[in-house]
Design a protein around this ligand. Structure first.
Ligand code: NAI
Ligand code: MG
Length: 478
């Protein structure tokens, strides 16, 4: 007998969305001169109208941040700064449901993930950094403990609130002031965060939020009053920013794309491994820079893993992101869906075998069924380029050396996973892999205390942990 789940939608009555939002500059709401809509990608419903930041708006925000740095924030002791961070963290916890529902509405991710991952981890980043604010001289970082001044922060749409927390918490803990731009499809939780800053009594101008698109981001990058840029997003834009910043004195950290290898050795515990593969690529619709998007399977277990993986994929519940039983939500935008379709079409054209889970997709909104490609070779675009969707490319290997060779054969170097029952095998493989984060017998585990970042085209610098603090202190490597 087949039991169906009853619908279990989370109520959206907890959130109040204004019809129009301004920028948050110097502690006040400033309406922009132009606007664009933000929609719910699961339904295409227009949620609100967002201000499109101009160069003048960015300039006002930078001036406010400089003034706040000079007059208030840099004069406070670490202990006083820490109190504000603790307050922000507690308010985020108190308003967790509001943040989770709003994130799900604006981004399309399942409420289960925004509620259990994005929001608690965001609060955890503020708690963690609150603790460091008065202990910077004991952090053991190879820098002074002086802040840069004004930092410009540009974040993507895949973890809107969490990426804000990764950026704002260490910046404030180390004594910097902030001008942050959320991604154009997901501004709402950043604007709710601005309300939290007001509620926490944060001095005006310490956090400024300017909404907008790439032109707004570019105005931040090129503003002469900014001392440091922190960016998370595509490698393409990361390269543009690196070029723009190179002839200046600005400090820079980049967290860019990935093509993470998830390596399964013949001795792995297969059922646990299948769960880890699913979490590695289908978490957050695969819109994850460190996703395990290349599955590298030892031939001896390939058939068994693939059969169990397909059976498991048929059970993934795709649909209403506000439903508490949904596993896979909407693709964030029509543009991203087009990119996933283009790359999966290339996979088929280049000869890889396509298989998709048997699930009904809603008719409105942007959706893509969980999909795997088998028979993928190193030359295929789907093995080399970031798809950033619920699509897994499967390669196989015979010897451990071949697994490492394939895993490292990528322009990226952000994450990797190893599945094996043997500790010596895991230690050997981690030493060979060129990736900033390596998980063993798990995947997509995050903690504010552990540094995150990549090699090669995955970026520069680390975020989180003690290492992440140094990026916000003077004297750190550029
Ligand atoms: P994107 O890199 O264009 O956007 C990220 C942020 O950068 C957004 O806030 C955007 O407004 C801003 N931005 C865009 N152009 C800019 C410029 N010239 N100067 C300064 N800021 C600028 O990423 P997009 O177009 O949303 O996604 C394209 C692809 O990038 C995705 O398919 C995915 O492969 C990758 N990506 C990777 C992410 C990661 O976490 N590593 C996050 C988002 C996208
Ligand atoms: Mg949206």
């Amino acid at each position: 007998m087949n039991f169906e789940y009853a619908a279990a939608p989370e109520s959206r009555s907890v959130v109040k969305i204004d019809p129009v939002y301004g920028h948050f500059i110097n502690g006040k709401w400033v309406n922009g001169s132009a606007h664009f809509n933000t929609i719910n990608p699961a339904t295409e419903e227009v949620l609100s109208s967002i201000s499109l930041g101009s160069a003048a708006d960015v300039d006002a925000a930078v001036k406010a941040a400089r003034n706040a740095f000079d007059k208030s924030w840099s004069k406070l002791s670490g202990r006083e700064r820490g109190k504000y961070l603790f307050r922000i963290a507690r308010i985020m916890q108190e308003r967790a449901r509001e943040f989770a529902v709003l994130e799900t509405l604006d981004n399309g991710k399942p409420i289960r993930e925004s509620r259990d991952v994005d929001v608690p981890l965001s609060a955890a980043h503020f708690f963690y950094h609150a603790g460091w604010a008065d202990k910077l001289e004991f952090a053991g970082v190879d820098t002074t403990t002086a802040p840069h001044g004004v930092v410009g922060q540009i974040i993507p749409w895949n973890f809107p609130l969490l990426m804000l927390a990764w950026k704002v918490a260490p910046a404030l803990a180390t004594g910097n002031t902030v001008v942050l731009k959320p991604a154009e499809t997901t501004s709402l939780t950043a604007l709710l965060f601005a309300q939290v800053c007001q509620q926490a009594g944060l001095p005006d101008g310490v956090v400024n939020i300017v909404t907008g698109d790439g032109s707004t981001g570019s105005a931040i990058v090129n503003h002469p009053g900014i001392d440091k840029i922190a960016f998370t997003g595509s490698t393409e834009v990361g390269k543009l920013i690196a070029r723009a910043v190179a002839p200046t004195n600005k400090s820079l950290t980049l967290e860019l794309g990935g093509k993470g290898a998830n390596i399964v050795f013949g001795d792995a515990a297969i059922d646990e491994t299948v769960e880890g593969i699913v979490n590695g690529i289908f978490f957050n619709q695969g819109h994850v820079c460190c996703a395990g998007s290349r599955l590298i399977l030892q031939e001896s277990v390939a058939d068994e893993v693939l059969e169990k993986l397909k059976r498991r994929m048929d059970k993934i519940r795709v649909g209403d992101p506000l439903d508490k039983n949904t596993d896979l939500g909407a693709i964030n935008s029509a543009e991203q869906l087009a990119k996933i379709r283009e790359l999966t079409a290339a996979g088929e054209a280049e000869g890889a075998g396509r298989w998709s889970a048997n699930c009904a997709l809603p008719t409105n909104g942007f959706w893509f069924a969980p999909t795997i490609f088998t028979g993928v070779t190193q030359a295929h675009r789907i093995a080399r380029e970031e798809i950033f969707g619920p699509v897994l490319s499967v390669l196989t290997f015979r010897t451990p050396a071949e697994a490492i060779e394939k895993a490292n054969n990528t322009p990226f170097g952000l994450s990797a996973g190893i599945w094996s029952e043997k500790g010596s095998n895991i230690l050997w493989a981690t030493q060979q892999l060129r990736a900033g984060v390596i998980w063993a017998n798990t995947f997509n585990k995050f903690d504010p205390a552990s540094p995150f970042g990549g090699y090669k085209e995955s970026g520069w610098g680390r975020e989180g942990g003690r290492h992440g603090l140094s990026a916000y202190l003077k004297g750190s490597a550029k």
